[in-house]
Each structure stands twice: as C-alpha cells, then as structure tokens.
Design a binder for this molecule. Sequence first.
Ligand SMILES: [Zn+2]
Length: 333
Amino acid sequence: MRSGIATVSLAAMALADKRIERACIICGALTDEVLPRVVDTRFGVPGEYAISRCSACGLEQTLPLPLPEDLKLLYETYYNFGGERGTTYTRLREWFFASWLYRLWLVLDGDGSFHTRKGHGRLLDIGCNEGRGLKIYRRNGFTPEGLELNPVAARVARFAGFRVYEALLEDFRPANAYDVVVLSNVLEHSLDPKRMLQDVARILKPGGQIWISCPNRESWQRRVFGRAWINWHIPFHIVHFSPATIRDLLAEAGFTGIRVQQISPALCVASSAITRLFAHAGRPTRQLRNPVLILSLIAVARTLMFPLLYVGHRLGRGDCLVVVGNLPAVSRA
Ligand SMILES: [Zn+2]
C-alpha cells in the first residue's frame, strides 16, 4: 500500500514537473507543441528543440527552455563580438553604415534598427554591442548610451566615445531616466520578457518611448521555409511574438499608444533560402557568410520578390515586427 502511494506520488511529481516544463513563461498556462524537432541552422549548436504555443495567451516559446548558465556559455561560444576593428572589413562596414546608401537601403527594405529616426533626448540602446547603432543615433540627434554584457564589445563602444554600462537590465539603476529605450532584436532573446518590459518602464521618463523590433511568428516565410526559417534562431530566440502577443505584453507593462508595423527584410529571405538549401543539424551553415551568395539573393529578394514582400506585410504576414509604445506622460506612481 505504502509503495503504491509512493508510486502514485512519484508519478504525480513527474507530471507536475512536466507541466512546469511546458508552462508559458508569461502567464503560466500549459503550452502545446506546434513544431517539433527544430535545430540551430546558423552555428550548428547541438540539440533539438520544439516550438510550443500557450493555450491561454497565444505566446509561442522555445522548449525546453535553456538554463541561464547554458545560455551564457552559448553566447560566449557562438555569438559574442570578438573585438575586430581597424580591418578592411570593419572600415568598409563603418563607411557603409555612415553613407546615404545605407539610409536609402533602409527606406527600401524597412528599418528594424530605428536608424532612420531623428529626434533628441537621452536614448538607451539595450544590447548595443560594439556601438554601431550608438553612432547612428548620435548623428540623428539623440544622446545615446548603451547597455552591453559582452565586455569586449562594451570596451570598443567606449573607445568610440560612448557611455556603456555592463549590467543586467534588472540590476541597472541609472542616475537619470531615458526618453527612449531601444530593444532591437533583443526581447525575443529574453527568458523573462515580461520583467524586461517592466524594467524598461522603470528607467523611462513619463511620456518616454520604447522601440522594439523582433521576428513575427505569423510571417508567411515561417510556412514556406518551415524549420529552416532563419528567425526561429533556436536556442537563442526564446519567445516568438505575434502582433497580438507583443501588444498585450506591452499594455500589461503599462505602455499605451502601441503601434505595430511590419517589415520583410531581404536579408531574412536570403538567409532563410540559404539555410533551406544548405543547413545540416550540428554543422555551421558556412554559406550564410558567403558575401557573393548572400548579396545575390538579397538583390533577387528585393527586386523580383518586391510585390510579394510588400503584400505580405500589408496582410500582417511580414517577417519582422517594428513596435513603438509610450509610457503615460504623467507618472503612475
Ligand atoms: Zn501564456
């Protein structure tokens, strides 16, 4: 009898563990698997993941969730900026991002980095990396600062004359609040996006703005490219937003006047096509770094596929979301 009870309670605990594992990271409800066996198609990170959708709030997330210590190691191994500067490549890149060609490109292709926005006031770029965006925000009239966890990248940005803090957003207590906080392709990497938005609200002035860009899980390219869709980007992308789920999350964090636009960058189409053709589980896709291949595919996507991309994002099926929200002008405190 006793062992019977023990078996039942062990089974109940295993079931409870399973439920916790499958719980939505926003609302805690159970999630259902919608796409199994997704692997990393960029760097060849080992492991298989699934995309799960919350039965209550509709959020999609990567499962199993990577542990914070595993994620730290993954970023250090595969992702982090290694400190390259002063090479022909970095000089060419610097020239391009400062040129009218880049501005023209953003007008044609869509601006998911907010690099065409002009204005003034204190701006914080979260995950500013080596400071490429900071230079552009400064040219556009803002007084930008950065938050960056990679010490090598932070040092390069400081060398270029910017104030860059090496802190987790949750521990960051700035002396002065910001007019704008930018999360360009950052929020979907968070294990706690709800907390991240609450922290942004904490460091913004009343009336301040949040600028977010992230992939759109309702993109038509997700259907066409399936597991090779470049924006799954597991295990680095934890959350996969739709226009509705990001709107709800922002509203819950106290933002109002939320505007969600869509863009379909040619680079994403080109990258998804390359991973569809060349990616193998456990191996990096070298073709993603082939400039001739990638530039040719970008040219094809932007010229021949222009009507398809345009209609796609007009119908709410664009590849990326570009979101702006405001804090109320009067403090809620
Ligand atoms: Zn949920």
